[in-house]
Design a protein. Structure first.
Length: 202
């Protein structure tokens, strides 16, 4: 009886210790994940709501998709870009041009859908770890054609959907961790095309 009573505090301490170890381990993993995901995807040139690009109906506007990996070593990137299909359209032939020097292998797409206003593409650097992206690099170039003026001449936002992903082969990162921490959208105001004056006969 004495043995059973004396063993209980020991078992309780062991249980509490085990719970503490698991809790600390989970927190360390969470902190590591947050610390290692520091890749940025941006649409450049830089714009903002207060400093948009201004175009007219019929004009084309292009943005470079720039990947800045921070401390990550990116091997694969998926871009999912969304635009207002009532304002813009993207050519299925050359609306998104891949930087094949940096990403020679296309895993998916580019898939261009002018009905829902999306561009989806996935690229891979290849099996050579020396080719991973370690510095700011152009992924590709997006070109849109303005087909209608923006409502009340406000800006239209072109942005990366949350399904955009980047994977790193750095030893500090998890194999299947999406290391994108920040995305930077683009803003465009589309004005009506000026009417062309028709000369009158004198």
């Amino acid at each position: 009886m004495f043995m059973r009573k004396s063993a209980f505090p020991v078992l309780l301490l062991f249980f509490l210790f085990s719970v503490g170890v698991v809790f600390v381990s989970q927190k360390q993993q969470e902190l590591r994940s947050r610390a290692s995901a520091n890749t940025t995807l941006a649409l450049l040139p830089y714009t903002s709501i207060t400093s948009p690009i201004t175009k007219r109906v019929g004009d084309m506007v292009s943005f470079d998709v720039i990947l800045t990996p921070g401390s990550n070593q990116v091997s694969t990137v998926k871009v999912h870009i969304v635009f207002d299909s009532s304002v813009f359209e993207v050519s299925e032939k050359n609306g998104f041009v891949i930087n094949k020097k940096a990403f020679p292998f296309a895993v998916e797409g580019p898939l261009i859908n002018n009905d829902d206003g999306s561009v989806i593409a996935t690229f891979f650097v290849g099996a050579d770890p020396n080719q991973t992206i370690k510095a700011p690099t152009k992924v590709g170039t997006l070109t849109l054609t303005a087909i209608r003026e923006t409502y009340n001449l406000s800006s239209s936002k072109i942005f990366f959907e949350e399904t955009s992903q980047a994977y790193s082969v750095s030893s500090q990162d998890y194999a299947y961790e999406n290391v994108i921490a920040t995305t930077l959208p683009a803003y465009v105001v589309v004005r009506p095309r000026d009417a062309v004056a028709v000369p009158t006969k004198s």
